[in-house]
Design a protein around this ligand. Structure first.
Ligand code: CTP
Length: 445
């Protein structure tokens, strides 16, 4: 009996997949099909897969060619599967030509001609028209956004607005996009606005964009006042638009895994969450010059609050702030202490004080640690009473991570995912409330 194996994502199953499976089956007597897991696709940078793993498996099953279906979960699995399933022939489409020659030592490797003019990528693009993105703001993060958005299929960044037209033009020339001076014309040029302007300008831009029927992705902190946050989410809901706060950690696969493990009871009941993020900034940067809305907490607090709110929820009983300020009165170091009915939390942020960036989650049976840069999570450990009992988890974090949030935003806009869970409306509203409390505690508003 000749045993054949092939692998793929098989998203939006199409004729190319059908023909591949048909020919793979004809190569032998027994065909095993490996379908990639969602996590594995994410880890290898395939972020826009629409069908769930179960749907993709069902679709492969329906072709009638697979004698057995397995899930491909990691790199290196092919090698193991070939041994485990006694494979005689490994086959894939010719787009992979040469890439699996290393398996020739263990079985025959056959590249089948790829069917022309069809792919899942093509279907995904046809299914939903390309979303045009326009950027407000031209700072460092806007530059990173350009690089990351280019890696997400289904979006095209094509315009930029900055009230200082010179900055917009420089940015536009660098990236080959259009600069706008007129805000109305700018809004007309796009479907999604990415807002990366100073914190206090977010509210007005978001409101304008939502009123003009545009989806919004806004850098953190999206709002500094709870009332504004509630109002904007309500406006988005009424106008059937997606409003997304860009805290990249929330959308990163390894962080989602960490939360899953933390909340799944592995370390018992969680009693303390300590999150620290510091980044030394130049005194002349906006973050350390803006005496009203600048400083460490407004700049970095969203990252540190994220694991706290995801673990304990929104109903904290008390919050207190302690700050170290510079000569202009701006907080260069802030500690926020939160008390929940069942536990404690600390968010520690610094722009002018350096500390060890760490996320530490302590429970009744153990603790979880993630070292800096935990806000771009790619590794964490689970510890228990016995110091030798350590479980290690890792997941790739690609590039600057913005691609994950852009691709999540896109699936919300295209209706492929209906509900937000990684960063909910409630999370964003609660964070805005905390920002407001902080500004009031400092007598800034
Ligand atoms: N395949 C094929 N002909 C096509 C498309 C895919 O023979 N037109 C083959 C691939 O070579 C692979 C298998 O089908 O062996 C599964 O491929 P997959 O990556 O799931 O499909 P694509 O359509 O290439 O997906 P994407 O566009 O997301 O890369």
């Amino acid at each position: 009996m000749v045993r054949v194996i092939t692998y793929g994502t098989f998203d939006l199953l199409h004729e190319g997949h059908y023909r591949l499976l048909q020919r793979a089956k004809q190569l032998g007597d027994y065909l095993i099909v490996g379908v990639t897991s969602e996590e594995y696709d994410q880890a290898r940078g395939k972020l826009n897969v629409i069908d769930s793993l179960m749907t993709r498996i069902e679709n492969v099953k329906k072709t009638g060619f697979a004698d057995e279906i397995i899930v491909e979960e990691s790199q290196g699995q092919k090698f193991r599967d070939i041994k485990k399933y006694n494979i005689d022939i490994f086959t894939v489409g010719s787009d992979w030509m040469g890439q699996f020659d290393y398996l020739k030592e263990y079985c025959e490797v056959i590249y089948l001609d790829r069917t022309k003019n069809i792919s899942s990528t093509m279907l995904r693009t046809q299914k939903a028209s390309i979303q045009r993105i326009g950027i407000i703001g031209t700072g460092r993060i806007a530059n990173r956004f350009m690089l990351e958005a280019a890696l997400v299929s289904g979006v095209n960044t094509q315009s930029v607005y900055n009230p200082h037209i010179k900055s917009a033009q420089i940015f536009a020339n660098r990236w080959g996009i259009d600069a706008y001076e007129d805000l109305e014309q700018f809004y007309e040029s796009l479907d999604i606005v990415y807002i990366a302007s100073p914190h206090e300008t977010h509210y007005a831009y978001i409101k304008q964009a939502l009123e003009r029927g545009k989806h919004v992705l806004c850098e953190k902190p999206m709002c500094l006042f709870v009332g504004q946050s509630e109002e904007l989410f309500e406006l988005a809901r009424k106008n059937n638009l997606v409003l997304f706060e860009g805290i990249k950690t929330a959308y990163c696969p390894c962080f989602t895994k960490l939360l899953g493990i933390a909340c799944g009871g592995t370390i018992g009941a969680i009693k303390d969450v300590e999150a620290c993020f510091t980044k030394l900034e130049d005194d002349c940067n906006r973050e350390l010059k803006d005496t009203k809305y600048g400083g460490s907490f407004t700049e970095l607090g969203s990252y540190c609050l994220l694991p706290i709110l995801k673990i304990y929820g929104h109903d904290y009983e008390d919050i207190q702030f302690e700050t170290v300020r510079n000569a202009s009165g701006i907080d260069i170091y802030t500690k926020a202490y939160l008390r929940y009915p069942n536990g404690l939390a600390t968010a520690k942020c610094g722009l002018g004080v350096k500390s060890e960036g760490k996320l530490l989650i302590s429970g009744t049976k153990g603790y979880i640690t993630a070292e800096a840069p935990w806000w771009k999570t790619n590794y964490f450990e689970v510890h228990r009473e016995n110091p030798e009992d350590v479980e290690r988890f890792s997941e790739r974090f690609l590039g600057d991570g913005l691609r994950y949030e852009i691709s999540d935003l896109l699936s919300m806009i295209n209706g492929d995912r209906k509900k937000d869970f990684k960063l909910t409306r409630g999370d964003s509203v609660t964070m805005a409330g905390i920002m407001e409390k902080f500004l009031r505690s400092q007598g800034r508003v």
